[in-house]
Design a protein around this ligand. Structure first.
Ligand code: FMN
Length: 246
């Protein structure tokens, strides 16, 4: 594909065909992403690739944890405290704290994106069951045949997270070039323990997020979702001193 076509075609894919991703294709993606730039070329990330029975186990483990967590989210404080005391396995054990409250200037963008997705799917604001099902789909990897989990080196702090983001985008663009679709998922960073069962994860690597990967189901309405992006000018800082600067 032409580079510009790859850029334009990339979007989050949340429904996949059952077709497996061949090993050779997965290897190629990882090799291409391995060429990413990073802070002093430290390449401070590791990736876990799940397919087949490992993926099935993770699907089950993460889904059951989500089903335990969901009712706790709007529960009274005492119920939450009890869950902590009992070390309820639904409680997140990821390495990064999920966002609790979005900054006031970002919250409207988040809300607009969520609203757009639910409107496309015909899910009403009060349809809690359908919203729950859509959220739960995250932990089934949207039925993708592969999932990747990205870890960053604790010792490099925010810079390893920056590098991992570049790595992730390279991987997602390389995936488009192979006819694949993907969805980066912060949701897949909620629980680390199910991954420990299958992968040798050094303790100084922190789970950042996951990525569902597979061939896009082109007929699925959810894959038509294209949330609006800000015009580039809105992301560009004005210069002091008016036009032309000082
Ligand atoms: C770091 C990161 C985490 C994300 N987490 C989720 C997630 O947990 N679930 C989900 O459905 N989409 C997730 N997304 C996808 C975003 O919602 C999506 O990128 C955004 O709405 C813009 O849409 P686009 O990717 O189609 O351009 C995530 C994206 C990124 C980059």
């Amino acid at each position: 594909m032409e580079f510009i076509d790859v850029l334009n075609a990339r979007h989050s894919v949340r429904a996949f065909t059952g077709q497996a991703v061949p090993e050779a294709v997965l290897r190629r993606l990882l090799e291409r992403a391995a060429g990413s730039p990073s802070w002093s070329n430290t390449q401070p990330y590791q990736v876990a690739v799940a397919t087949g029975p490992v993926l099935e186990d993770l699907r089950q483990q993460l889904s059951s944890r989500f089903e335990r967590l969901a009712p706790l989210q709007n529960a009274p404080a005492w119920k939450k405290a009890l869950a902590v005391l009992r070390r309820d396995r639904g409680l997140p054990d990821g390495d990064f704290r999920p966002v609790q409250r979005y900054p006031d200037d970002l919250q409207p963008r988040r809300v607009a994106t969520g609203r757009g997705l639910y409107e496309l799917l015909g899910i009403g604001r009060k349809d809690h069951q359908a919203r729950h099902r859509q959220m739960a789909a995250n932990f089934r990897f949207f039925d993708a045949p592969a999932a990747l989990f990205l870890f960053t080196h604790r010792g490099l702090g925010v810079y390893s997270v920056l590098d991992a983001g570049i790595y992730l985008q390279t991987l997602m663009l390389a995936a488009v070039d192979e006819g694949l679709g993907s969805c980066a998922q912060g949701a897949l960073g909620l629980w680390r323990s199910p991954l420990e069962r299958h992968f040798e994860i050094p303790s100084h690597y922190q789970l950042l997020c996951g990525l569902s990967l597979g061939y896009p189901d082109l007929g699925a309405p959810i894959n038509r979702f294209r949330p609006e992006k800000l015009p580039a000018a809105s992301l560009t800082l004005a210069r002091r001193g008016g036009p032309g600067g000082d």
